[in-house]
Design a binder for this molecule. Structure first.
Ligand code: AKG
Ligand code: FE2
Length: 366
């Protein structure tokens, strides 16, 4: 991080949904999240026939989304066995040697939607050093989606499918990888559709308000593999991080993690807190689209990972967004009396390109 120049705080520069911004982080030590900061929400009732019950979940989601922007979802309905199977398949992949894994280098796939990213090949936060994580990117395959329309919208046509990816990079993959990741994606797509309705209710909108935006959702997931890193003697001595401070680009993210821990989140006050694994839950967090359309009522929270456990760690975030052909428009009911819209309407495609450019600009800084 940059040198401390205000007593009690340290500056952190971030590529965010609003361009490059500087955040003041409290110098108080990292601590566990309080339940009031990252609550556990029982989401079983998002599938209830009773709208009163669905609204009761939405009330809790609203409180979490307006506070730290993270919550743990329990009773989410996604099979723990399916998640465990995906983790063991992905570990088989990551345990191969680098020469094999790099044969599925994501740099060789069109638009970098699929495949492997080697360790120490990215810096998400210039102030924190290089990201040690290895990653494997996967993309949504519309014909396999049981919830959305099983057709490709025009702009997705010509994209690589998971079958084509598997055919091309067979040598680097392990048995069952495509099936496991497609299965994972399908199950979380169902949950994401339900939570989209919950987020709509939480914003006092019609439950299907976002239906058009996510009829052809832009979906990806990443298997993150984090070898352990050494804890630096002082935070300012750090030259590497498991994954540097960032916000997620899209609408919201649903993250599964193993039992190792290492995820950290910044509260609205600028305090770093731990979001440790809680068995049977997944973590749900607001993304940049959410912050933008809610005029900053729901924030896209900054998070990172330090795997100081001495053990390997894995997580699989599922990134859920509008179709790139959609627009991000500030919701009228999120603009309070005497307030103004902070953001102009923007197409998702344009926004993502702009956001990537900001991220690169930050990386290019000395
Ligand atoms: O590994 C984690 O817990 C978080 C990963 C993450 O934030 C990401 O991949 O965007
Ligand atoms: Fe993230």
């Amino acid at each position: 991080m940059a040198d401390t120049d205000t007593p009690g705080t340290t500056e952190l520069r971030l590529g965010t949904g609003s361009g490059i911004v500087t955040r003041r982080i409290l110098n108080t030590p990292l601590r566990d999240a309080l339940p009031s900061e990252i609550p556990i929400i029982d989401v079983a009732d998002v599938y209830s026939e009773d709208v009163t019950k669905r609204k009761a979940v939405a009330e809790q989601v609203r409180a979490a989304a307006m506070n730290t922007g993270f919550f743990y979802a329990k009773n989410h309905g996604v099979s723990e066995d399916m998640i465990a199977h995906t983790y063991s398949t992905m570990l088989d992949f990551f345990h191969q040697d680098l020469d094999t894994k790099i044969k599925a280098d994501s740099a060789n796939t069109p638009d970098h939607m699929y495949g492997y990213r080697p360790p120490r090949s990215q810096i998400l936060s210039r102030d924190e050093g290089v990201d040690v994580r290895e990653a494997f990117f996967w993309h949504y395959d519309p014909p396999r989606d049981g919830e959305s329309e099983r057709t490709y919208p025009e702009y997705m046509k010509g994209r690589m499918t998971s079958d084509q990816f598997e055919d091309k990079f067979k040598e680097a993959l392990v048995p069952g990888l495509r099936a496991a990741l497609n299965d994972y994606s399908m199950h979380f797509t169902k949950l994401a559709h339900a939570l989209t309705r919950t987020f709509a209710l939480s914003l006092d909108l019609e439950e299907d308000y976002f239906h058009t935006a996510i009829r052809h959702p832009e979906v990806s997931l990443t298997a993150n593999y984090y070898p352990p890193i050494a804890k630096p003697p002082t935070p300012s001595a750090a030259s590497e991080v498991s994954i540097g401070s960032h916000t997620d680009f899209q609408f919201f993210t649903i993250l599964s993690q193993d039992d190792v821990g290492g995820l950290q989140v910044i509260t609205r006050e600028g305090q770093w807190i731990r979001a440790p694994p809680i068995p049977g839950t997944v973590v749900v967090n607001n993304g940049d689209y959410m912050q933008r359309i809610t005029n900053d009522k729901y924030i896209s929270s900054v998070h990172r990972v330090h795997n100081w456990s001495g053990k390997e760690r894995m997580s699989i975030p599922f990134f859920w967004g509008y179709a790139l052909s959609e627009k991000l428009v500030v919701l009228e009911n999120c603009v309070g009396e005497g307030e103004e819209k902070k953001y102009a309407d923007i197409g998702c495609q344009e926004w993502v390109e702009w956001r990537m450019k900001d991220m690169m600009a930050l990386n290019a800084e000395a």
